[in-house]
Structures are given as C-alpha cells and as structure tokens.
Design a protein around this ligand. Sequence first.
Ligand code: DX5
Ligand code: ZN
Length: 276
Amino acid sequence: MACLLLKEQRTAGELYAACRTGDLSRLRHQERVDAATSRHSTLINFQQGNNSVIELAASILASDFAHLADEVAAAERGGATILHVDIMDGHFVPNITFGPPMVQALRPITTLPLDCHMMVENPDAFIADFAEAGADLMSVHQEVCRHLHRTLQQIVHHGMLPGVVINPATPVDTLIEVLPMLHYVLVMSVNPGFGGQKFLPLALDKIAHLTELREEMGLNFRIEVDGGVAHDTVAQVVEAGADMLVAGSAIFSPGKTEQNAREFLDLARAASPVQI
Ligand code: DX5
Ligand code: ZN
C-alpha cells in the first residue's frame, strides 16, 4: 500500500499540485515519522526538539562492503544511533557510490534510521526512489539546489526528514530562510567526495553560528557534522554545538568497529555541555 501511494504521488501533476497548494500530505509524513520513531528514539528527539542528545551517524562508506551486515551490527552494538549513507554521482563529487538498492538492502538488516547524504547534481530526481527504498532522513547540498525550498517540500512530501548540507566554502547565512523547514543542517568539515580526509577547523565557527541562530530564531533543528570527525576532533565539534556526528574511518575497522564506536561516543558525551 505504501509503495502504491508513493508511486501515485510521483506523477508530475500531483507533485505540481502539492507544491502549488502547499498540501504536502502531512498525514503520510506523520505515518512515516511514526514508523521511523518506533524504529529509534532519534526521531523522537527530533519531534521533541531535544537538541542535546548526541547521535553517532556511522558512515558506511568506510565499512567492509563484503561484510556490510556484520559491520552495521557492530556499529550498532557500539552505540551508533543512525546509519549515514553517502550517495555520490561522479558529477557533483569526483566519486561514485550507492543508489536506492543499497538503502533497500540495508533496510531489513537494521533498525537504525537511514540518513542519505545526497552528493548528486540533481537530488530531486531521486527523492521518491530513496523514500521508497526506506530512507528516513535526506540531506541535499545547498550548492546544487536551484529551488531549495521546493526540494525540501518534496523530501517532506515523500515522508523523510529534510536536511541541507553546506560545503566548507558555503556560508551558513545562505540557509536562514529555510531553517524553519529543517530537521537538520549538515556542516561539511571536509570537501565532499571521499572518506578519510583531514578535519577542516573552519567548520567549528559555522557550527557555533548555527547554534546561535537556532537559539535566536527559537528553532530546534539538529546540527550534523561530516568529515574528519574522529576521536581527536570530536570534542571540538560537540563543544561548538554539533549533536549528530558523522564518522566513517574513525568507526569502521575490522574487529574493532564496536569498540571504536563506544570510545568515540564516550569522548563525545564527555564534551557535551548537557550531560545525560
Ligand atoms: C565525505 C562523506 C563522509 C565520509 C566521512 O564526502 O560525506 O560521510 O564518509 O568519512 P570520514 O569520517 O572518514 O571523514
Ligand atoms: Zn556524508
């Protein structure tokens, strides 16, 4: 039934009408949020505006793909609360990774929310397919979205929680108008495309700026950070205000994934201004 609904909603006429009228199928969105909420408390935190809970979004890009299910299970045992799935198209970034079939393969093997980071030139073309495959959160790059507001509407329309990503060279203030629509902002702390790069400290001021804006505007979006976040850099990003921490190469390592995740989270929680 859900798949049928999505297929029906994908018709151009209906999407156009939904954009024009602003009727974004709130009911269907709520249904998906409820389903995702029952999978994991991360999405309860979103709904309650609790910005203080530290989330580890383990980036499968760094995992051993030949043993993906085992890698995911180990990350989850170590305390990962989200799976971060990097979607790269070879155009927006100089690398190619996964499509909707990867999300579809992950969906039955984990209860964690699936966070799709869309490093593609035309994310609008893939929103429906990723939603149907089982994605829970979707972030799109500010740099590629000509009609960012409409793209975010479409992500919501398809029942996912919307986020926007900004590259290191993109200012936070380009997002002010859409902040009230967002469940999360993703601050890149490397140039996107590859795992294992060195953390760029310029991300810290951007995270702090977003933290201030959130307070000033009375909003409750979460702040995610991605790239070079590891055991030696995690305290700084948490102190600046990040609460969704993407980490790939710091987490996935044969035989050590669970321990890496646990130690990473201990360091993150120790740096958090709110102790829970
Ligand atoms: C990079 C990706 C990241 C990547 C992070 O473009 O968006 O999610 O997996 O990898 P690490 O944690 O190794 O920097
Ligand atoms: Zn990513």
